[in-house]
Ligand binder design. Sequence first.
Ligand SMILES: *Cc1c(COP(=O)(O)O)cnc(C)c1O
Length: 375
Amino acid sequence: MTGFVFSEKPIRIARGAGPHLYDESGARYLDFGASYAVTPTGHCHPDVVSAATDQLERLLYVQGSYPVDVRDELYDRLADCAPGDLDYAWLCNSGTEANEAALKFARHATGRSKVVATTGSFHGRTMGSLAATWKGKYKAGFEPLAGDFEFVEYGDAAAMADAVDDDTAAVVLEPVQGEGGVNPAPDGYLRAVREACDEHGAAMVLDEIQTGLGRTGTTWACEARDVVPDVLTTAKGLASGLPVGATLCREWIATDAGNHGSTFSGGPVVCAAAVATLDVIEGEDLAGNAAATGDYLAGELDAAVGDAVRDIRGEGLMLGVEVKRGANRLLPRLAMDHHVLALPAGRTVLRLLPPLIVEREHCDAVVDAIAEVVG
Ligand SMILES: *Cc1c(COP(=O)(O)O)cnc(C)c1O
């Protein structure tokens, strides 16, 4: 059997610990991509491993209609850390499912179908989330998608106000676009989106799958902008690498959400790993570390390569370095010559999404490596 779809990298990973991955020969790599922000607590954080292991031995799985303590604990923890009054959670297994549920819930609660999304967006690869995703390359050959989606320029508040109307079920967007090139929402933009949604009774859906859980320096990126959406989606790092997603909702969405379900929703092992992950994020103040270490990293990068790159932008430990030539040519050199793993965001942006436990010394090594490859 041969796998397909993913193109494989020339490094075979054997184990991981903290901010590092190791190949079969024992060579060590600094993981500044965290496989797309999936390991905020670092690789194999002992608290997460022991919580999941204990739960595996006690109860590996039972379907979500049977209440179990560890799932209730996760519901409570999510409600505690959610912004505003987003007290209701739907659990699933990935980011795209969390967005898919958000779109279904918003359509059901409003009785409308139109969805407004933004240029540069990425919301996942199933038919509904894909319909809200901007780039043609992800959609080519897969149409028709989920119908009635309209795109407006990301960051343009007036265009958003024009697009949202009494037929709009939902507006879906990222507070800092990841895949689209690490683009933070301009000042006042999310507030304007909130107002457009309020004016027409549409659901504001914030996709915090990449930005959430402390990455941008606050638990959620919307907190720093003082905006509470009607629905917030999270996934990626929520269980430090085990598959889980969550759609957090306000009451008006949750009480009229329609019929939705998933066999593996809220499985006890991923719930245990997610509770442990939230404990570590809170207990070790990883949002605070993301803010402080992210500022340090951005400052050091600017000092070392400011003139050699077009732009350095982002928030906390979600940084994009816009380079002058293809990012995809620099990434293999970073990996093979400097043992630094990073990510692209489009053709020209080098994206850094390290585990939120990284320290200044790790940043120094990455800055040296980036300076060398862009120099
Ligand atoms: C990764 C990502 C998704 C999709 O998550 P999957 O778990 O890959 O389905 C959706 N939205 C954003 C912003 C993401 O970064």
